[in-house]
Write a protein that binds this ligand. Structure first.
Ligand SMILES: O=C(CO)COP(=O)(O)O
Length: 260
């Protein structure tokens, strides 16, 4: 069975000082985490402090929210894979819809970022998701397929084994209007089929597909009751240590028993 993965995406929240306070409180609430992995993506400026505060708990993984595809050079304001790796990051988000919407991250860029992450030993979490307009016009499948295929150009079987996909419908992000687990399951199945076609047929059963968009301590169990949903990418509900700890505790107990 795939190990479930809950990732708290802090977005542009928390100073380094606040990050340390958060982690200390969270560790009090979650003295032991077994059976699942918990990831954190602080802003770049809080990565170092968060790493030190997390202090080698193997269930806790540090990640970044973005990277540039070049290793170094004249790219003012950017951060590269080797820089993240050096700080102890194990994974990195690529193609989050906020990057696509506000910062012009196009499919060709997400592809370069996925390849750069893999080159530097970081596991990419490739984020895909449709807007409300795309869903309403029944383009969800086509949009997700395009984002996946374009984002994974040139990724070989070995690379695919290191990739995680996050399905985050744009209309569900920060709106309090989560997708239903059944809606997510349908998209997750399609994602697994497409990745299988891309050449990961042998390994596709190991691929983790997370759901993101208004996940809360109240609805996480519902999502994780489906075996197609391997975890969650959590925004708003990850910022408060008590709320996030509750969510993680529920996730630890959740067992997949339903089919859509
Ligand atoms: O974008 C998200 C995680 O990356 C989801 O954000 P919310 O959980 O706030 O909807």
């Amino acid at each position: 069975m795939r190990t479930r993965f809950i990732v708290g995406n802090w977005k542009m929240n928390k100073t380094a000082t606040e990050a340390v306070a958060f982690v200390h409180r969270l560790k009090q609430e979650l003295p032991s985490v077994e059976g699942i992995q918990v990831g954190f993506t602080p802003p770049f400026t809080a990565l170092h402090a968060t790493r030190d505060a997390l202090a080698s708990n193997p269930a806790f993984l540090l990640g970044a929210q973005n990277l540039h595809w070049e290793e170094k050079g004249a790219f003012t304001g950017e951060v590269s894979g080797p820089m993240l790796k050096d700080l102890g990051c194990e994974f990195v988000l690529v193609g989050h819809s906020e990057r696509r919407q506000h910062f012009g991250d196009q499919d060709t860029w997400t592809n370069r970022k996925v390849l750069a992450a893999l080159r530097h030993g970081l596991r990419p979490i490739l984020c895909v998701g449709e807007t409300l307009q795309e869903r309403d016009s029944e383009h969800t499948d086509a949009v997700i397929e395009r984002q996946l295929r374009a984002g994974l150009v040139g990724v070989d079987d070995q690379g695919l084994a290191a990739v995680t996909i996050a399905y985050e419908p744009v209309w569900a992000i920060g709106t309090g209007r989560a997708a239903t687990p059944q809606q997510a399951v349908l998209v997750h199945r399609m994602i697994r089929r497409i990745i299988g076609e891309l050449g990961g047929a042998d390994r596709v059963q190991q691929l983790r597909i997370l759901y993101g968009g208004s996940v809360t301590p109240q609805n996480i169990a519902d999502f994780l009751s489906f075996e197609e949903i391997d975890g969650a990418l959590v925004g708003g509900a990850c910022l408060d240590p008590l709320s996030f700890a509750t969510l993680v505790r529920v996730a630890i107990r959740a067992t997949p028993t339903r089919t859509a």
